[in-house]
Design a protein around this ligand. Structure first.
Ligand SMILES: Cc1ncc(COP(=O)(O)O)c(C=O)c1O
Length: 393
């Protein structure tokens, strides 16, 4: 028996949905795409539009392209995230500046975002907040800061499908619905909440951004006659125009069908994820040197893509690598989310500073298995193995 740190769940309905798509007339850009976009939009907010694409990195690129990031329009984001959150801005030649994070949650705060906006040595056009592990933290307060500084706000909601935002008015708003941002992005990579192998989506409530992202998803083209500059004839069904070159970032019908099928059980899967997180928290409540993540104000505020524990490896006298290797020997997979981006050679070459909150978070974090198939017994087995290895059982 091996417990990976995360795992997809594929059932008979998923298999049927994909096979039906394969047998249909369209393999890409067909009815399944439209159905998936409608379903995801309806799930998130009655006000939003959904533009599905081939992965979460593309979704970030589309968001940054729609916002017109570039050499004179930079980005602030968290260093505790996957490479793509920052790289996709760099691919548009936009400079990136990092805001520090809270050392306990790994999330940027309104205060760290404000400080980064004050310090950034170049003009900032957008801030991307990362809902690390599945929680939104101070999204509403960060929104107020970005509005004050006249910046767009992007949610990297790749970890957070089905989590609600913490709001002062206690209104129910989904993270990634763009209720509290300009554009939100999701990844539907194999081990995310929707498992499409690869897949992604942009969410917005702004019609201009929507049109730009639809066009940039497909080579910067438009088939809408009202957007054409050179109409060849009154009736021109073959005609399309390219306003600006772009990529092919389209989603296949098989992926869209799989996404729709998975979406129908994301709420129940998230309930199970919340239960597993609370079981783990129980297990670690009285263990020295292992701290479970803080539970959010309301259970629905977290989608638990990851369960990152904190271990003081120095006090423990075992390195993180040793703990990971021992756990692997016993059949338990773990991972670190994330190496602060400024530690990557590309950023080091440019003398990005190390940030204290991000360093403190990075040095102690370890993600242990979390996926809906885990039972209470599995959680006990994993927790006891970890307690035994760290000698504090
Ligand atoms: C926080 C975050 N942002 C962006 C991405 C990029 O998504 P994808 O792998 O679908 O390109 C990921 C994927 O791992 C992620 O975890």
């Amino acid at each position: 028996m091996f417990y990976p740190y995360s795992k997809q769940s594929i059932n008979q309905d998923d298999l049927k949905a994909v096979c039906d798509a394969l047998r249909s007339d369209f393999l890409t850009q067909g009815p399944q795409l439209e159905i998936f976009e409608k379903k995801l939009g309806a799930f998130l907010s009655p006000n939003c539009s959904t533009i599905a694409c081939n992965n979460g990195s593309s979704a970030l690129w589309l968001a940054y392209k729609a916002l017109e990031l570039g050499p004179k329009a930079g980005l602030i984001t968290s260093p505790i995230t996957f490479l793509a959150t920052a790289s996709m801005a760099i691919m548009l030649d936009a400079p990136v500046y990092f805001a520090d994070v809270d050392p306990n949650s790994g999330l940027m705060t309104a205060e760290t975002v404000k400080q980064a906006l004050e310090e950034a040595p170049f003009p900032i056009k957008a801030v991307t907040v990362v809902h690390l592990a599945g929680q939104g933290g101070e999204l509403e307060a960060i929104r107020e800061v970005t509005q004050k500084y006249n910046c767009a706000l992007v949610e990297d909601a790749c970890h957070a499908l089905g989590a609600t935002a913490e709001t002062r008015s206690n209104t129910l708003s989904y993270l990634g619905s763009a209720d509290l941002s300009d554009i939100a992005v999701f990844s539907f990579h194999a081990i995310k909440h929707l498992s499409m192998g690869e897949g992604g989506a942009c969410i917005t409530q702004n019609p201009e951004y929507k049109e730009r992202m639809i066009s940039f998803r497909n080579h910067g083209t438009t088939r809408n006659p009202s957007d054409w500059q050179y109409q060849p004839e009154k009736l021109a069904p073959w005609y399309y125009e390219m306003s600006e070159p772009s990529f092919n970032l389209r989603l296949t019908e098989m992926q869209a069908a799989l996404g729709s099928s998975q979406l129908s059980r994301v709420k129940t899967a998230n309930e199970k994820r919340r239960k597993i997180a609370s079981w783990y928290n129980e297990e670690f409540s009285e263990v020295d040197f292992i701290n479970g993540p803080q539970l959010p104000p309301h259970p629905s505020n977290h989608a638990w893509h990851l369960y990152p524990i904190k271990i003081d490896f120095n006090k423990l006298g075992l390195s993180r690598g040793q703990v990971m290797a021992k756990l692997k020997e016993k059949g338990i997979g773990t991972q670190v989310h994330y190496i602060p981006l400024y530690r990557q050679p590309w950023y080091r070459q440019q003398n990005y500073p190390f940030l204290t909150g991000a360093e403190a978070y990075y040095l102690e974090t370890l993600s242990i298995p979390l996926y809906p198939q885990l039972t209470r017994e599995d959680v006990s087995t994993i927790s006891n193995t970890l307690k035994n290895i760290t000698n504090f059982f």
